[in-house]
Design a protein around this ligand. Structure first.
Ligand code: HEM
Length: 404
């Protein structure tokens, strides 16, 4: 990484992206960064921050000048997981193994199973609320839904689902407490690495079983797929493990945001309760307004990398602030307002380009059913206490105290 930066062409603003204030309400800081320029060097984060929707989309599509090689997600997922593979044919060969199972049509077939999982979670949650308790909706409603859905798709036996939740919680905590710029490790990171190792051993056992007893599940699809013929068990495992990282806490936190934003916007909640055809647009607007993944990263390569005309030195980290992109006034009218009737335009909450989210349709169905069932069963739920926000990488309301 370069040590000297030409701040004559790119602005500089050293903001700490790991404060309670920014976790709680990132938007004033994001506007301060936007006001400093389209691409801003942050000496504390050791990277260039990008806030504009167009600049983020351009950077995420430019694999000539920007790479995931050496960027933080690579360390998290392992270099063999397709979520961090830049080489398009190699990436697509792996992604295409699962793409049919995540298509819009295929996830519609999962609706009955998803509804069952949501209703099971809701039954106990509702009972506790009706008995007058204040309940953490994140832990007791949102949290387990996506974990159980993806575990089912991977063919993981029900008895192991609590382990899946525990491992992914520890991995999620590591994402929001990464190693410091000087390389020193946080306790959360160390616990996350331990969870990754336990999950790896578990998945390798599951893969070995599926080799002998193939089924119609995502692990079987991967171990019997063409690209897996030349891959090590470790590489196949990392591809399976990324689904638990990518699809689990993200969706749980989106459900949490939906509950909070609906509570804070009673007119929108009433409109959606009365007309369920508004749910899809309402949930997308929550994703624009309060995205879960606030930052995604690339590194500059090749010497010619530029963002908004600013030269990004070879090897430098680029931090794309998706929550800022989602409130870019050049793309959205009244960007700071939550408006479920704004024309759907596609926001950055599920990423963009080759690495855009594989699980988007699945997450949308989970969110649609979850909100619809909440509005059927407990339309008058209210947020009843201070909501916590623990990080920017995966930002969501936890704890989320709710009462009737
Ligand atoms: C609300 C829920 C979700 C959010 C906010 C979300 C967000 C994202 C984002 C921002 C990316 C792009 C990352 C980048 O470019 O650096 C991504 C990629 C990905 N997501 Fe999701 N995701 C969600 C749900 C899911 C689900 C349910 C699954 C699967 C079970 C999933 C699997 C993936 C995978 C495999 C990729 C990598 C795609 C590729 O590299 O081709 N995600 N997601």
């Amino acid at each position: 990484m370069a040590t000297e930066h030409d701040t004559a062409t790119g602005a500089q603003l050293d903001v700490d992206l790991y404060t309670r204030e920014i976790f709680h309400d990132p938007y004033p800081t994001l506007e301060r960064i936007r006001a400093a320029g389209p691409v801003v060097w942050n000496g504390l984060a050791g990277g260039w921050m990008v806030t504009g929707d167009a600049e983020i989309r351009k950077t995420l599509s430019n694999f000539k000048d920007f790479t995931l090689d050496g960027a933080p997600p690579q360390r998290l997922f392992g270099r063999e997981a397709f979520i961090v593979i830049d080489n398009k044919p190699e990436h697509d060969a792996l992604r295409n193994v699962w793409a049919p199972a995540f298509s819009r049509g295929a996830v519609q077939q999962l609706r009955p199973a998803i509804l069952r999982i949501i209703d099971t979670m809701l039954a106990e949650f509702e009972e506790r609320l009706r008995s007058g308790e204040t309940v953490d909706a994140y832990t007791h409603f949102c949290r387990d839904i996506p974990a159980y859905v993806i575990a089912g798709m991977l063919g993981i036996p029900d008895s192991h689902r609590p382990d899946i939740v525990r491992w992914s919680d520890l991995m999620g905590a590591a994402v929001i407490s990464p190693p410091a710029a000087d390389g020193s490790l946080t306790p959360e990171w160390i616990a996350g690495e331990q969870a990754k190792a336990e999950l790896a051993a578990f998945l390798i056992e599951q893969m070995q079983h599926r080799r002998r007893h193939p089924g119609d599940d995502l692990i079987s699809h991967m171990v019997h797929a063409e690209p897996a013929r030349t891959m090590s068990d470790d590489a196949i495992m990392k591809n399976c493990r990324q689904l638990l990282f990518a699809g689990n806490e993200t969706t749980a936190k989106w459900l949490g945001h939906i509950m909070v934003v609906m509570d804070r916007h009673p007119d929108a909640r009433r409109a959606v309760a009365a007309d369920r055809s508004l749910i899809t647009d309402a949930n997308e607007e929550v994703m624009r307004f309060e995205p879960v993944v606030h930052r995604t990263h690339r590194r500059a390569r090749g010497g010619d990398a530029r963002i908004a005309g600013v030269h990004i030195p070879d090897g430098d980290l680029v931090i794309m602030l998706l929550g800022a992109g989602n409130r870019d006034p050049r793309r959205y009218e009244r960007p700071q307002e939550f408006d479920i009737r704004r024309p759907a335009m596609g926001n950055l909450g599920f990423g963009f380009g080759m690495h855009s989210c594989l699980g988007v349709s699945l997450a949308r169905v989970e969110a649609e059913i979850a909100l619809s069932r909440l509005l059927d069963r407990i339309p008058g739920y209210r947020v009843a206490g201070e909501v916590g926000y623990q990080g920017l990488g995966l930002r969501g309301p936890t704890p989320l105290p709710v009462a009737l």
